[in-house]
Design a protein around this ligand. Structure first.
Ligand SMILES: C[C@@]1(CC(=O)O)C2=NC(=C\c3[nH]c(c(CCC(=O)O)c3CC(=O)O)Cc3[nH]c(c(CC(=O)O)c3CCC(=O)O)/C=C3\N/C(=C\2)[C@@H](CCC(=O)O)[C@]3(C)CC(=O)O)/[C@H]1CCC(=O)O
Ligand SMILES: NC(=O)c1ccc[n+]([C@@H]2O[C@H](COP(=O)([O-])OP(=O)(O)OC[C@H]3O[C@@H](n4cnc5c(N)ncnc54)[C@H](O)[C@@H]3O)[C@@H](O)[C@H]2O)c1
Length: 215
């Protein structure tokens, strides 16, 4: 089994070609579309949802079977037909062109696999079993998801803003590090959950920083 390395991809404006327009393609499009990817599907058929997305101009569609040359200009390719031999051909072409490729029928043949994931704003949790047991990846991800409520979206937004304020106002690097550490330990989650979170202005945050500095 491959020793997979997790990375986070920015697909904004990047061309992603899916060969095959079935249910697996539909699931992958649901992940790629919100990321701003430029999506092209090559497939003689589309699911009703994908067909609607095409009609609304959200994705491009070549209504035919895969042909050599379809992958030119792609940043990423997903071989998601139900024909193993065709998926193998797509992977071979992508490898030749040096393009990232996912093989839906046999993950190990491609250069990447897709984890099960969920989001809370900027927080992304991704779970993979390295292809060993996709359904287990989904189950573990669901179990983790139950522990991370919507308050995490606001919590991460708060941390991001507080870091910016600290960077702007505190020039001493070791002092900054200490404040970042302290920031990570204050339990605002409980207050966010109960709607009592009030540290919302820069001034309020700065006075909190000052209190920390006095210690
Ligand atoms: C996590 C998730 C993400 C996603 O796809 O977006 C994902 N599979 C999901 C679900 C799922 N997959 C399958 C079923 C049963 C459906 C059924 O009954 O047929 C269900 C359940 C369902 O659909 O609900 C069957 C299946 N999957 C693969 C094979 C081939 C093989 O085993 O080699 C077969 C047998 C096909 C067959 O033999 O026909 C292969 C892959 N599936 C992967 C990812 C990659 C490894 C991930 C990892 O282990 O880390 C990898 C290697 C390639 C890839 O796709 O990248 C997504 C959960 C989404 C979520 O979280 O909601
Ligand atoms: N990765 C996963 O999570 C996962 C889950 C289930 C199944 N699978 C695998 O993925 C494959 C696809 O699953 P699905 O449920 O989307 O199947 P599906 O039957 O819903 O869709 C297959 C699509 O491929 C298209 N197609 C067939 N031949 C083609 C060709 N030569 N060129 C272009 N398009 C072509 C069909 O028109 C159809 O749109 C399965 O055969 C299975 O091996 C993977």
């Amino acid at each position: 089994m491959a020793h997979y390395v997790p990375i986070m991809l920015d697909l904004q404006g990047r061309k992603c070609v899916l060969v095959g327009g079935g249910f697996v393609a539909e699931r992958k499009v649901a992940i790629l579309q919100p990321a701003g990817a430029e999506i092209l599907i090559v497939s003689p058929r589309l699911t009703p949802k994908l067909h609607q997305a095409w009609k609304q101009g959200q994705i491009a569609w070549n209504e035919r079977c895969y042909e050599q040359g379809d992958l030119h200009g792609a940043f990423m390719v997903l071989a998601v037909t139900d024909q193993p031999f065709v998926n193998d051909q797509i992977v071979a072409e992508a490898h030749k062109l040096g393009i990232l490729v996912n093989h839906a029928g046999e993950g190990a043949r491609g250069s990447f696999i897709t984890p099960s994931s969920f989001r809370r704003g900027e927080l992304i949790v991704a779970v993979s079993t390295s292809g060993a047991a996709p359904e287990a990846a989904k189950r573990v991800s669901t179990e983790i998801e139950e522990q991370f409520g919507d308050e995490y979206e606001e919590y991460i937004r708060f941390l991001s803003w507080a870091r910016l304020v600290i960077k702007k106002r505190v020039q001493d690097v070791s002092r900054r590090k200490l404040l970042f550490k302290k920031l990570a330990t204050i339990d605002v989650l409980k207050e966010i959950r109960t709607g009592e979170f009030s540290l919302s202005s820069e001034d309020e945050l700065l006075s909190w920083i000052n209190v920390q500095q006095e210690e």
